[in-house]
Design a protein around this ligand. Structure first.
Ligand SMILES: [Zn+2]
Length: 384
């Protein structure tokens, strides 16, 4: 990963920042061309509110000075890790909004933390390189991107703000924390982050937190949420912040389902019945999550779903069969150190999902829900 980090990319000049959101021809190179999608599917796609529940680009904004508003291109075959998102390609793909995940280093690294995140924690070590200070600083990166490009992107704090921004032609971004290490086991810190604009919080990432244990470490299989995790959920529901159960282990999901009173998400995951992977959900979990008013975002990475776009669509359809049409959404995990499956290399690919689902006989109203309305329903129910 070290060798992949180029020097800081140049910032956009004021003139570039003011440029209208029309995609440049160059942005199409190497990307999925919407022209590969038939006109009817594309027209339908363009009228849908497409919302992705998990995109990690702010990590690269923080590390590399990556500019959301400039067109970028994938640099490596199979487009691993990053360079998946920018506003121009989002416009090409008809992606109107997303939840930006904040990848925050734990203050103390524990043995279970996966290698790239260990490296990240070491690379960013220092006073502001972890915990709440890093959370607030990363939220501010989104505020600054919105302030620098007010006609193109809005930092939204509710579902109604999100819908308004999209109606006005702006990309709508919401901020979410990927793991409670970003609030360091303190309820006052979740309130501070809320005031700064945080509207979703995952209880855990790859390392145990004060709240919960990751599903990726078998040693934690027998423990559920901590007492603090239960308190945190209650405080988030009181504030109007969406609980995200992605990465939470099975016992933790059980505990959360017992105590949660409001809708919630599992922002980026897939179906274990199709791909046996520790980050995926089994059918019984999907059913109970759906019964509890939860929405499951299906990820695009090749560890979650296998093969290509068709493999991804299998997970969407399986999720609908098991959990119902109100329970499934998109949660790409773009820019989250993933290798997307073939044909889903960056944010231009969303029209292909629409075409693929329609071609498989899914009704337009179900496709519209999966593309964004289900995710927006939860955000609006919880955040207003
Ligand atoms: Zn994740």
């Amino acid at each position: 990963m070290l060798s992949m980090i180029p020097r800081r990319v140049p910032q956009a000049s004021a003139g570039e920042a003011a440029r209208p959101a029309t995609p440049r021809r160059g942005a199409l190179e190497g990307a999925a061309r919407p022209s590969a999608v038939d006109a009817d599917a594309l027209a339908f796609h363009r009228e849908c509110l497409v919302l992705d529940l998990h995109i990690d680009t702010l990590l690269w904004v923080r590390l590399l000075g990556y500019d959301l508003a400039r067109p970028h291109r994938n640099r490596l075959p199979y487009s691993p890790f990053a360079w998946h998102f920018d506003l121009e390609r989002a416009a090409l793909g008809g992606l109107k909004s997303c939840v930006f995940g904040l990848v925050i280093n734990p203050r103390e690294v524990r043995p279970e933390l996966m290698l790239p995140l260990r490296f990240l924690a070491w690379w960013e070590q220092g006073e502001r390189g972890s915990g709440l200070p890093q959370t607030l600083e990363t939220i501010d990166l989104l505020s600054r991107a919105a302030a620098a490009n007010p006609s193109r992107i809005s930092f939204c704090k509710s579902g109604s703000e999100l819908r308004q921004a999209v109606a006005a032609g702006r990309f709508a971004g919401l901020a979410a924390l990927e793991g409670a290490q970003g609030i360091e086991g303190r309820l006052e810190d979740v309130r501070t982050a809320y005031e700064r604009g945080l509207r979703m919080l995952g209880l855990v990432h790859f390392q145990a937190t004060e709240a919960a244990y990751p599903m990726t470490v078998p040693a934690f299989d027998d423990v559920g949420l901590t007492p603090f995790g239960i308190e945190l959920i209650a405080e988030m529901e009181r504030l109007g912040m969406v609980v995200d159960l992605a990465h939470v282990n099975a016992r933790g999901i059980d505990d959360a389902l017992r105590v949660m009173k409001r809708s919630f998400v599992v922002s980026h995951t897939a179906c274990r019945a199709l791909v046996e992977h520790s980050r995926n959900l089994d059918d019984a979990q999907i059913r109970r999550i759906a019964d509890g008013g939860g929405v499951v975002g299906i990820a695009f990475g090749n560890t979650f779903v296998k093969g290509d776009l068709s493999g991804f669509l299998d997970h969407v359809e399986h999720g609908i069969r098991v959990g119902g049409a109100d329970a499934i959404a998109l949660g790409s995990d773009f820019d989250g150190m993933i290798v997307p499956v073939r044909g889903m290399e960056d944010v231009t690919v969303y029209p292909r999902i629409t075409q693929g689902l329609l071609a498989r006989g899914q009704p337009h109203e179900i496709v519209r829900k999966v593309l964004g309305e289900n995710a927006l329903r939860v955000i609006t129910e919880v955040c207003g």
